[in-house]
Design a protein around this ligand. Sequence first.
Ligand SMILES: [Zn+2]
Length: 284
Amino acid sequence: MAWFTRQKPSLDVGSVSEDEKTVRTEGLWQKCDGCGQIIWRKTVEENIFVCPKCDHHFRIGAADRLQLLFDDGAYEVYDAEMRSSDPLKFVDSKPYVQRLREMEEATNLPDAVICASGLLEGRRLQICALELKFIGGSMGAVVGEKITRAIERAIKERTPLVIISASGGARMQEGAISLMQLAKLSAALMMLDEAGLPYISVLTDPTTGGVTASFAMLGDLNIAEPGALIGFAGPRVIEQTIRQKLPDGFQRSEFLLEHGFLDAIVKRADMKAYIANALAFLAD
Ligand SMILES: [Zn+2]
């Protein structure tokens, strides 16, 4: 019988087996995808998950995004209980309902977006952040409805809107219903535009498919983090279709900025100040 709980993992591995050594030390160090260096994970964390050596921006979750942008990390979450009804009774390698349940357990979220309101440098606004870890941040009926409600809230309360994308695109388990969200969200954003309220789209690594093809590219400002993969179809599909080799850095933020698809590339550390400045310009 265990009378005690295990202590936190420590570096003291003197009296444990090889297996336990792996378990105990794993997660303390992180390899950077940018420069290949091994960095102490805590250093990366303290640097808001940006490599201190090469400025590579690691992927972060939706809750962390909101935490970074809202004043004092304080915000109110809406529609937190909304779940997919599995309209197609879809089964691929496993039933969609089971996949949803597992994802909810793994991420502690009922679907792939958190919609919240709060203050950003004193200005009230709506922020929706997509969670990549929930079925690839894919957009089904729940993501579509929750973001639409955030847009409607922005119109009702006359606040700006920010959407932070991290998504593989439409959710295939909801078939045409997920594709309908592209039209629904585009129409809702048109209403926001007609109300004269600003919308800033923040594209992070990766933003692809139906999300790029709808709300992620419809901002009054479309801005991205450095080095983010942004596109509609993947490079392999495009190469096979046009039978040409694609240039280096194709579909990365820097390439898109150079070719006029983005308005700016903003580092994570500068994001909050940038959005505050942009809103002062667009909303006042
Ligand atoms: Zn690095």
